[in-house]
Design a protein around this ligand. Structure first.
Ligand SMILES: [Zn+2]
Ligand SMILES: [Zn+2]
Length: 266
């Protein structure tokens, strides 16, 4: 009984927040079968914010751009099964094919459609929902938006996305064109590219070590050298048999590092 009261309170509070939001918030109707399949799969308590969204909403769309997944069309269980991402539960996505996942520490990660990387957002699910309602979502997507984007995306179905060509993760010499297609198609291609990149080996210009292209923010430098020379975030190396299992770099020092050592020692 208590659980139900709690869930009702959360539901009413959410409805109020959605109504008062400056965003255009659209709520999708839940479907009984889908609710049952979520309960069967994850056993999430009804009196949490997550549970209330999953069981009382079919989905929630913010400005036509970000979609919270729940128990309606393209429900959270089917969508996760279709994507087969074992490390995360995908709880929301956007029209670009960006994915918001919950990691094992119950923090949000974002699969960015341009870098094809999983980025830590350092927020919980509740903080994420609050951000969707009243946070600076526009700033987050600033570089991706175009004139009159809103009227265009408000027309989209819950299962559609905007595909850019050249793709967001590819270099574009001229302006990208865009077209509404199924989100599944956009996401599948991006994930496939991500997996390919993850295992593409390139050679560092500075130290000569091989490394995974996706492990470094810079085109021709390994994470170690791009960190030393340009202050980019280094890989948190984990060496096994002389190679880092995360970036594939070997243990060699960069020539620049050697010079620096010499200067300090002299
Ligand atoms: Zn290097
Ligand atoms: Zn490494």
């Amino acid at each position: 009984m208590n659980n139900e009261v709690n869930s009702n309170n959360i539901f009413l509070a959410l409805q109020q927040q959605f109504e008062q939001s400056n965003r255009t918030v659209k709520v999708i109707e839940p479907i009984a079968d889908k609710i049952a399949s979520i309960k069967e799969k994850w056993n999430i308590s009804e009196d949490t914010l997550f549970g209330t969204i999953l069981y009382r909403f079919g989905g929630v769309v913010f400005d036509g751009w970000v979609r919270l997944l729940a128990s309606g069309e393209r429900d959270i269980v089917s969508w996760n099964e279709a994507l087969c991402l074992n490390d995360y539960i995908i709880v929301a996505d956007d029209v670009l094919g960006g994915l918001f996942g919950l990691d094992t520490n119950e923090k949000l990660v974002y699969f960015a459609p341009d870098t094809l990387e999983w980025e830590d957002m350092n927020v919980t699910y509740s903080q994420f929902v609050r951000w969707l309602v009243e946070g600076d979502v526009d700033k987050f997507y600033e570089t991706f938006r175009w004139d009159n984007w809103k009227s265009e995306v408000l027309e989209l179905g819950f299962s559609d996305g905007i595909n850019f060509y050249p793709f967001l993760w590819a270099k574009a010499e001229q302006e990208r064109s865009r077209k509404a297609i199924s989100l599944k198609e956009i996401v599948s291609l991006a994930l496939e590219m991500h997996n390919q990149l993850k295992h593409t080996l390139v050679t560092c210009d500075e130290c000569g070590s091989k490394y995974y292209q996706s492990a470094s923010k810079m085109a021709n430098l390994c994470p170690e050298c791009s960190s030393i020379l340009y202050g980019y975030e280094n890989c948190a190396h984990e060496f096994e048999n002389g190679r880092c299992i995360k970036c594939f770099r070997d243990g060699r020092a960069s020539s620049y590092l050697k010079e620096l050592d010499k200067l300090i020692l002299d």
